[in-house]
Design a binder for this molecule. Sequence first.
Ligand SMILES: *[C@@H]1O[C@H](CO)[C@@H](O)[C@H](O)[C@H]1NC(C)=O
Ligand SMILES: *[C@@H]1O[C@H](CO)[C@@H](O)[C@H](O)[C@H]1NC(C)=O
Length: 381
Amino acid sequence: MNVFYFANLLVLFFLLNVQGSSIDENGYLAYCPCMGRFGNQADHFLGSFAFAKALNRTLILPPFVEYRYGEPKSVQVPFTRYFKLDALMAYHKVIPMEDFMDNLAPNIWPPGNRTAFCYMARGQEGSSCNAKEGNPFGPFWDTFSVDFDHSEYYGPLNYDTHHQDMASRWNQQYPATKFPVLAFTGAPASFPVQEENRDLHQYLVWSDHIMSRAIDFIRSNLPVGPYIGIHLRNGADWTKACEHIAHSPNLFSAPQCLGYRNELGKATQEMCFPTHEIITKQVKLAVKEYKAKSVFVSSDNDHMINVLIKALKRMEISVHKMPNPEPHVDLAILGRANYFIGNCISSFTAFAARERNVNGLPTGFWGFPPNRGSKLKHEEL
Ligand SMILES: *[C@@H]1O[C@H](CO)[C@@H](O)[C@H](O)[C@H]1NC(C)=O
Ligand SMILES: *[C@@H]1O[C@H](CO)[C@@H](O)[C@H](O)[C@H]1NC(C)=O
């Protein structure tokens, strides 16, 4: 047996050992989507996706972090439950975290040699990244039995790879040979999503599981014909968030309608927490304009079904919600509506609006532009 044959056998053995996943010698990038719920995590995903592409590292797709009522710890849901892997691959190399941990981590990221990356020391101790301190930080990494052995403070480097030579600085400071995995305590991305990364939404395609539930709902519940989708963000936490609107003219996802530099005005209370009057007026106008047969409502709290039925009575329009709303199915239904009215400040709305934009479908926002209310009043007179 010659040496080359033996070497080939070794390579073969190694490939089999990692069950077909070949190793990316340019390294990997992992992070905990530790901020906010789905809408925020999706914004962060788009930025992380762009960042991994700029560094040419494989992005390890983290599970989504979800919070279930009454459960003290976050629940981790595999990325591929909601989105198609192939569609993401069209932009950049990715691997689900479950696959990475099962097949690759034992070789290239073994226990005992795992470094957490953070901008600077965090947590109570203040002497390390404390990547697992608090919820969802601890439960997230515990899902994969990950403990960290070192901390690396990467400041003053940042994630904006669009305006500086940031990617090459990262790769110089943290070459894949020495740091095969960059594991971040939070997403290496800004919130809301950076303007340059919004278009990456085209690679987020709903899984068959989510899509078929949305299509089933539409087919079996909505009358044949155009429908208007609306998002009502009105839970108790939102009342509190909207109190800050006067001091935060571009709060949360507001750049989606106001522009990233407030080119189109400042956020208002009517945009953040529209009155019933504003909502029913805008819905009526949209129903007329799109000759809609029904309205589909998604909400975190009050769907306003009876208010809307009453307001639309004379137009013979039916009003619908899912009997047991699931946010991702709601989003897929909103994404297919002939017209959508959402909350400009909300990242949940922002998700639907971006998806619709990819498909060339129109979106409006409550109370925006600000003079719309008076225009409507005028038209009704
Ligand atoms: C990026 O990494 C892949 C391997 O995963 C490699 O084939 C490709 O040449 C790299 N691209 C650049 C621009 O370095
Ligand atoms: C940790 O990983 C680095 C880079 O891959 C390697 O040089 C070092 O020997 C490893 N240390 C241990 C204790 O495994």
